[in-house]
Ligand binder design. Structure first.
Ligand SMILES: Nc1ncnc2c1ncn2[C@@H]1O[C@H](COP(=O)(O)OP(=O)(O)OP(=O)(O)O)[C@@H](O)[C@H]1O
Ligand SMILES: [Mg+2]
Length: 448
């Protein structure tokens, strides 16, 4: 894993997106610039920094052309706190009470996880050492350093311990059972929650109360499991919780990115069904968060002014102008993703590191079947997918999934009969499997 997101030049961000997402150059570029500007902003003088606010992005494009995929890939690269939420979840029945502020809480939670992991990594050696000593204590319970009687640990004991240490490192004891006291790790933070009163907070508090009554108790565990438990305990001791929270808060506020997917679904009309929260209501709730407000989380107050928001939607029914004007204005950068051509489909089938053809080949390789996709075969698949999209509904690259699934169905089902063989998927093979279905609109509507 080379550079992390906040060290990458925009061109590098685009290059690493290119490994997974075909085309959509404009969208990749705009996002890369917006992300780079976060890092640049961090280097400004404090005065100037306060003046520079992030330029939120609205991605618009038909279904299945890579909007969510771009977000997913950014998330993998990000060492900045990043979360993706679906706007629709705030309108769902039963979600009244799950306020939109939860997106900020979730972002902060992801930052806490990220920073805890980093700090734990720094203390890794120290922790491993302590864990090893404690495991040896468990394995050699009789050797006590009895200071009160002034007796020194005998040299034979020391050498036994060293022998055991060596064996422990070699994993000899991994399955041996030891008895240990497992501390009560449930943290109860009801009193210190930052004024949060949403259902989520209350539920979490309730579940923590349960752990109040759990006394530390003796348990028999394998050494392997005991090592995990002790590592957790020692890590908690070694890592300074306050530092984690402080660093996480700074990162959330300065570098955090919230991706709001399906924003078109909360645009336009008051056509909500009964019990649903009104869409416009959700937009009004989101507004202050995008604009900049203070959200209280159980780790303290988080200011959202400098969080970068990327919203995305197909806008097939509604239009960006159906969003309330105030919200439209908070997403000044618009990028359009284009519909995919048959040529794009061909590239999507072959180029990405996780390309479908590679996935199917790897799956069947586990049963010793070699799938050989020829170039003309893949071109045919791409053409058929494109044609079915034009004849029925255009579902973008998702069509490739249905087409490919149908294509390899036979081999997949009877893999044992093909073991040791190479199945060549060329144009005639594709035609034989698919052309009948693809040519009939009625058939493809149901099958592909
Ligand atoms: N440009 C692309 N390059 C590579 N794969 C793509 C591309 N576009 C779509 N795909 C594939 O198609 C599937 C659907 O894409 P994605 O989830 O990004 O759609 P979307 O644009 O978010 O659509 P929707 O508006 O319906 O949410 C993904 O599995 C993805 O791998
Ligand atoms: Mg999507």
């Amino acid at each position: 894993m080379g550079k992390k997101l906040d060290e990458m030049f925009p061109s590098e961000i685009v290059a690493s997106l290119d490994k997974y997402v075909i085309g959509q150059a404009e969208a990749k570029k705009m996002i890369a610039i917006a992300i780079r500007n976060r890092s640049r902003r961090k280097l400004l003088s404090e005065e100037l920094r306060d003046e520079v606010s992030p330029k939120n992005i609205l991605m618009i494009g038909p279904t299945g052309v890579g909007k969510t995929e771009i977000a997913r890939r950014i998330a993998k690269l990000a060492n900045a706190p990043f979360i993706k939420v679906e706007a629709t979840k705030y309108t769902e029945v039963g979600y009244v009470g799950r306020d939109v502020e939860s997106m900020v809480k979730d972002l902060m939670a992801s930052a806490i996880n990220m920073v805890s992991a980093e700090m734990a990594k720094l203390k890794e050696n120290e922790v491993n050492k302590a864990v090893e000593e404690r495991l040896l204590d468990l394995l050699l319970p009789t050797v006590k350093k009895d200071v009160s009687e002034g007796s020194v640990v005998q040299s034979s004991d020391v050498s036994t311990r060293e022998q055991f240490r060596d064996m422990l490192r070699r994993g000899v004891f991994d399955d041996k059972m030891v008895e240990m006291t497992v501390a009560n790790t449930g943290r109860v933070e009801i009193g210190v929650m930052g004024g949060g009163t949403s259902m989520d907070d209350i539920q979490e508090a309730m579940s923590n109360i349960g752990s109040l009554f759990q006394k530390p108790r003796k348990r028999r565990l394998t050494v392997r499991r005991a090592r995990e438990v002790l590592t957790e305990e020692e890590t908690a001791k070694a890592v300074d919780r306050d530092k984690v929270v402080e660093e996480a808060r700074v990162r959330t506020e300065q570098m955090g990115i919230i991706f709001i997917d399906e924003i078109d679904k909360i645009a336009g009309g008051n056509s909500q069904s009964r019990g649903e929260v009104s869409r416009e209501g959700v937009q009004r709730d989101i507004l202050p968060i995008v604009e900049g407000t203070k959200v209280s989380t159980k780790w303290g107050v988080v200011d959202t002014t400098n969080i970068l928001f990327i919203a995305s939607g197909a806008f097939s029914v509604s239009k960006p102008s159906d969003l309330i004007p105030e919200l439209q204005g908070r997403f000044p950068i618009r990028v359009e993703l284009s519909a995919l051509s048959s040529d794009d489909f061909y590239r999507i089938l072959t180029e990405p590191e996780n390309a479908l053809t590679k996935q199917y080949a790897a799956l069947l390789a586990t049963e010793n079947v070699t799938l050989d996709f020829t170039d003309d075969g893949l071109r045919r698949v791409a053409q058929i997918a494109y044609q079915v999209n034009s004849d029925t509904d255009n579902i973008g690259a998702r069509r490739l999934h249905t087409v490919m699934e149908k294509l390899v169905e036979e081999v997949s089902f009877r893999a044992e009969d093909f073991a040791g063989q190479t199945v060549t998927i060329d144009a005639p093979y594709v035609d034989e499997r698919l052309s009948e279905i693809a040519q009939s609109q009625d058939l493809s509507r149901f099958i592909l």
